[in-house]
Design a binder for this molecule. Structure first.
Ligand SMILES: Nc1ncnc2c1ncn2[C@@H]1O[C@H](COP(=O)(O)OP(=O)(O)O)[C@@H](O)[C@H]1O
Ligand SMILES: [Mg+2]
Length: 313
């Protein structure tokens, strides 16, 4: 970490913490938002919570006389450029990436095409439709087993592993069905790694190991299970770590990211890494990955949230 010189609490003025929202990740955001709010209060900052799923956001922001906003909304409405465009219009500085890069990052197919064009390592993928057949997808992806997931959700909502026609039909419905943008990519049996970008730094790696009862890092493994293990730093070779770290920052910058975010990888059995997705407003609960990586880098939770907020100054 480069040296952090944080402003005094009073310099931040009145701060609104935007949390909750209406996406499928509302519950996670309520927890993340409360944790961020507590962290800002602990530093002495004049912080206020605003649940964007309950209140009339535009009037609340306009009437609140806020100096800056900390966005802790996950998923649609909060991580996709919508709240960023409202804040931009109201001239309230906010944490994290701007509306355009959030809109790109929200869509995994668009994100991966940007990365592919930038020469960064990604798995093949395709958009899938209700009348597609298992065979045609498996053939195009050159993989008998593939993942079907919504292109625009998070928190492992609607993610399935597919290896026959019946599973494809069920997975398509689970991913939201017709009207939803749904994607497929080869299923990778391997390891999951994640890197946090904070300013111009990349924090220590984390490996996520879901317990044997989970086919993958599903919603339950992410938020409910107490047997999911997080290894920080990840036990990988220094040369691989160096390459992944460099690509994580390049991937973040390629979609126009700024401030903070988290870049996820899948590592296959041959040790070949593919970029999976980028999260522009990663989880900030006590169980979350970004606070864990920060801690390994020597930043406690309060310092982390104040450092993110300081990027708005
Ligand atoms: N191609 C894949 N191969 C194997 N597992 C996958 C694949 N894509 C996603 N997963 C699993 O599903 C989880 C959620 O998928 P991800 O693409 O990260 O979407 P989300 O935005 O819901 O986190 C991942 O953490 C991983 O465990
Ligand atoms: Mg993910």
């Amino acid at each position: 970490m480069s040296q952090l010189l944080l402003p005094q609490a009073s310099a931040f003025g009145k701060v609104v913490v935007l949390y909750g929202g209406t996406s499928a990740e509302r519950e996670v955001s309520l927890n993340s938002g409360k944790a961020v709010y507590d962290g800002l209060l602990a530093y002495g900052i004049d912080a206020h919570l605003l649940d964007t799923g309950k209140e009339d956001v535009i009037s609340a922001l306009r009437d609140g006389d806020y100096a800056r906003a900390f966005i802790v909304l996950h998923g649609r409405g909060g991580e996709d450029g919508e709240i960023q465009s409202i804040l931009h219009y109201l001239k309230i500085p906010f944490t994290g990436s701007d509306m355009a890069s959030c809109a790109i990052a929200m869509d995994k197919l668009v994100t991966k095409s940007v990365w592919r064009d930038a020469g960064l390592p990604v798995l093949p993928d395709m958009q899938v439709y209700a009348d597609d057949s298992y065979e045609s997808i498996a053939q195009e992806l050159r993989s008998a087993c593939f993942v079907v997931k919504p292109a625009l959700e998070g928190s492992s909502v609607g993610v399935s592993r597919v290896s026959n026609q019946q599973e494809f039909a069920a997975a398509f419905i689970a991913a939201g069905g017709a009207g939803e943008k749904i994607m497929a990519e080869p299923w990778i049996d391997g390891r999951e790694l994640t890197y946090t970008v904070l300013g111009e730094d990349v924090l220590p790696s984390i490996e996520i190991i879901a317990s044997g009862s989970h086919v993958f890092y599903d919603y339950e493994a992410k938020y409910l299970a107490d047997d999911t293990r997080y290894l920080c730093p990840a036990p990988i070779e220094a040369a691989l770590d160096g390459a992944l770290r460099e690509d994580a920052l390049a991937a973040f910058l390629a979609v126009g990211g700024s401030g903070w975010g988290r870049v996820d990888y899948l590592l296959d059995e041959q040790g070949y890494a593919s970029l999976l997705e980028v999260n522009m407003v990663p989880g900030m609960t006590s169980h979350s990955l970004v606070p864990l990586a920060a801690k390994e880098a020597g930043l406690d939770f309060t310092t982390l949230v104040v450092a993110i907020l300081a990027q708005t100054m």
